[in-house]
Write a protein of this length. Structure first.
Ligand code: SF4
Length: 90
């Protein structure tokens, strides 16, 4: 990851490295039924994709594409993780 020399990594948050900086936010909040392909394409090359996804999961983001995943995909992931947690404590 390339950083400007005058800025230490701890001074930057993951959002500063987002591939979607400067991209039309509407792309990430498509109308119901509209394509998410373009947004996911931007996320595919994003170095902070995991941070973004975890942030959305932790904050219960209900709308938009985060970390390359749609609401439905994040719901599924949350369900799968919850199941895995339950199975590991049983
Ligand atoms: S994963 Fe996608 S939405 Fe998240 S910061 Fe990267 S480009 Fe933006």
């Amino acid at each position: 990851m390339l950083l400007p020399l005058s800025v230490e990594p701890e001074d930057r948050s993951w959002q500063d490295y987002a591939n979607c900086l400067g991209v039309d936010p509407d792309l990430f909040f498509p109308e119901r039924g509209a394509s998410t392909r373009e947004a996911k394409e931007v996320c595919r090359g994003c170095v902070v994709r995991e941070d973004c996804l975890e942030c959305a999961l932790v904050n219960g983001e209900k709308f938009g594409i985060w970390g390359g995943m749609s609401e439905r995909e994040r719901r599924r992931l949350r369900r799968d993780r919850a199941r895995a947690r339950t199975a590991s404590t049983a």
